[in-house]
Design a protein around this ligand. Structure first.
Ligand code: IVH
Length: 663
């Protein structure tokens, strides 16, 4: 083919990008679908003859990836936080007071945006080309869903006007209501179960393993946050993203004060039903980015923003049964099984009744008509019994005396609301504790989900999480649906998990009152599991943020002879044995990272930068390779920077670097 062919390829790509932008982002197409198809066909034809000219950012390459058997993990350099929720004008005023007292007189308005109800994602562009896209996951690590995001045609594969540097945008992938209706219509016809609501459909679609399937799902995306741009306000950042070709929600209103914010969010309560996508509230943000930075974040959420949730919607339905579920701590929870009813976007057929006291307070009985309420992602709850509709004299509900799963005694401790099954061998508890042990925030054992746990426990191979480390290929292969490949994958994942730092091991054990945060504190004080297991309660209680109740719970966990046997198995496998490295730095985004310094830094000498990285738990390495996590580029950076770009290693500026050191 002549050079003319390659020039035509470039021209077609430009044209198609423009028309895709007009159609999918601006909603203002300039050509007909047939004309668009013609351009695409021509490009695909030319590329077929010149495969050497096919680039990843060509419009023909949206659905290019091969199916995968799982998603790689992506570490978010800047954590993806969540937002605190408010439900009333008073709470919004409180938020405003907190903001203003921290800003000590600095003035900023608030931007109010719609809170889009989808799946949050983070997408990184290198030199203007889409490089990696990931789900939020647990906020610090998510799934690499790049191939799936590439299929969403409102997400640019190549940015407009940006050809160098690295930037990240965050936003929400969602399914429009109209597309959701059509998709469910097709699924019903094909005999597939329909999705309950657009959010589940979007989440389920992003998790599909074959990008070709995702390409057939009506997904779309709005972006609301830009990391590494030039804007000085939230509204400018939105414009900057629009300029780059992203779809940004048009609803963004600048309010001078909290009074105006309150009026605005209240006005939207009724307007939102007219949109073609779901919103579960509004997001209020301090407009000035410098003030956002000054306000900072807690470990969970930014102090410069808050969500206002629209009031929960309610519905009336019947109670068909009250069943009792047993959780991993043995807690019994009464659950109302309801006549299915549609409320705020999905069909509800169960609602939690929490505990015996709550059942008595509501006096809910089988056969009753009840009002249920559902707000956002909260599990629906029964708020009221419609007494006038009660027929006959249905029996009161009573918690069973014996566990519905294992039949052993149930008891309610002095001063506690919960009834618990006391049998630590109860299958419900065994399964629950193993699922918790293997979960992402805990030991993160890939492939070990509820179905496999049930198989392992049901077949008698595993009676507690300590047994996991004794599993062999011969044990696993005979299990149903377990091919040799998945058996060896699971064993590999188990081997891998033995290296988890102590904080995760502690959170995984399922000690009462010991969640991620407490576990991190304990791991900061005690280098190994054995050190903690030997510590007296009053010494444990001297750990920062830990009081006598938690200390006693930890002590009684380690004192139990049952648990001692399980811990022996973990010890034998080497779990929790490694002295944790510099526990106080494990929360730094630089911890464990291989970092290259290049060019001249303005605010510190090379030696100082190295010390700061090491103090944060990172390593400084001399040359850029595919194993490098990060390159810090000062002024005059040369070949290392070029090499980093080539290998698509993340490059950050000195300012970003200083920002990461401070977190
Ligand atoms: S800003 C916390 N703006 O709500 C970091 N978030 O509960 C700043 N969301 O995880 C987020 N619409 O997925 C922001 N206009 C909007 C949003 C929005 C929806 C989601 C987002 C976040 C969640 C927080």
């Amino acid at each position: 083919m002549s050079r003319g062919g390659s020039a035509r390829i470039d021209e077609l790509r430009e044209l198609i990008r423009h028309h895709e932008h007009m159609y999918f982002v601006e909603n203002d197409p300039e050509i007909s679908d047939a004309e668009y198809d013609e351009l695409m066909d021509e490009l695909a034809g030319l590329e077929e003859h010149r495969p050497d000219l096919v680039t990843l950012d060509s419009p023909t390459q949206r659905v290019g990836g091969a199916p995968t058997d799982g998603f790689r993990t992506v570490h978010h350099m800047v954590p993806m936080l969540s937002l605190d929720n408010t439900y009333s004008a008073d709470e919004l005023r409180e938020f405003d007071r907190r903001v203003r007292s921290r800003l000590e007189g600095a003035e900023s308005g608030y931007v109010v945006e719609l809170k889009l109800d989808g799946v949050s994602v983070s997408v990184r562009y290198e030199d203007g080309v889409l490089a990696v896209g990931a789900t939020r996951g647990d906020g610090s690590r998510g799934d690499d869903v790049t191939a799936n995001l590439r299929t969403i045609r409102s997400i640019p594969l190549r940015l407009r006007g940006v050809t160098s540097g690295s930037l990240e945008v965050r936003g929400e992938v969602f399914m429009p209501r109209s597309g959701f209706g059509e998709l469910n219509g097709r699924r019903k016809k094909a005999g597939d179960p329909p999705f309950v609501n657009p959010r589940n459909a979007a989440a389920g679609s992003l998790k599909l393993l074959d990008p070709r399937d995702v390409g057939g799902r009506p997904l779309d995306a709005f972006f609301y946050q830009l990391l590494g741009g030039e804007a000085t306000t939230q509204q400018e950042a939105a414009d900057e993203m629009r300029g780059m070709g992203f779809r940004v929600n048009p609803e963004s209103t600048l309010c001078d004060d909290i009074g105006a914010v309150i009026e605005h969010v209240q006005a939207w309560e009724s307007r939102r039903s007219g949109l073609d996508y779901d919103t579960d509230g509004m997001v209020v943000k301090v407009n000035e980015l410098s003030l956002q930075e000054q306000l900072g974040s807690t470990s969970k959420s930014p102090r410069w923003s808050i969500a206002y949730k629209f009031p929960a919607q309610s519905a009336t339905t019947g109670v068909e049964a009250i069943v009792v579920q047993v959780g991993r701590t043995g807690k019994l929870t009464p659950v109302a099984e309801l006549t299915p009813v549609f409320v705020s976007g999905s069909t509800v057929s169960r609602a939690t009744l929490h505990n015996q006291d709550e059942v008595e307070r509501l006096d809910v009985r089988v056969g009753d008509t009840v009002i249920i309420e559902k707000g956002g992602e909260v599990i629906p709850k029964v708020v009221k019994v419609v007494r006038s509709k009660r027929e006959g004299r249905p029996r009161r509900f009573r918690m069973p005396d014996s566990c519905p799963v294992c039949g052993q005694t149930v008891s309610r401790a002095e001063g506690e609301v919960a009834h618990r099954c006391l049998n630590v061998r109860c299958p419900a508890q065994v399964r629950g504790s193993i699922e918790h042990f293997a979960a992402r925030g805990s030991m993160d054992i890939e492939g070990l989900g509820p179905a496999l746990v049930e198989q392992l426990v049901g077949s008698g191979l595993v009676a507690d999480y300590g047994d996991l480390y004794g599993l062999t290929e011969e044990d696993l292969v005979p299990l149903e649906r377990m091919a040799e490949k998945s058996a060896s994958n699971l064993l590999e994942a188990l081997r891998e998990s033995r290296k988890r730092p102590l904080a995760r091991v502690l959170a995984a054990l399922g000690v009462r009152h010991v969640g991620v945060r407490v576990a991190a504190q304990l791991a900061g004080r005690y280098p190994t599991l054995d050190d903690l297991a030997r510590a007296p309660a009053d010494e444990i209680a001297e750990t920062p943020e830990i009081g006598p109740v938690i200390a006693a719970s930890v002590r009684s966990f380690f004192d139990s002879p049952e648990n001692a046997k399980v811990l022996d198995k973990l010890r034998a496998a080497g779990v929790g044995a490694r002295a944790s490295k510099r526990p106080s730095t494990s929360g730094s985004p630089l911890a464990g990272k291989a970092i290259v310094l290049t060019g001249k830094l303005k605010t510190m000498a090379r030696g100082e930068a190295r010390e700061a990285i090491e103090a944060a738990g990172g390593r400084v390495v001399g040359s850029v390779s595919s194993r490098t996590d990060l390159v810090v580029a000062g002024s005059g950076a040369g070949s290392k920077l070029a090499r980093a770009r080539e290998l698509r290693v993340r490059v950050i500026s000195e300012a970003e670097f200083v920002g990461l050191l401070e977190r």
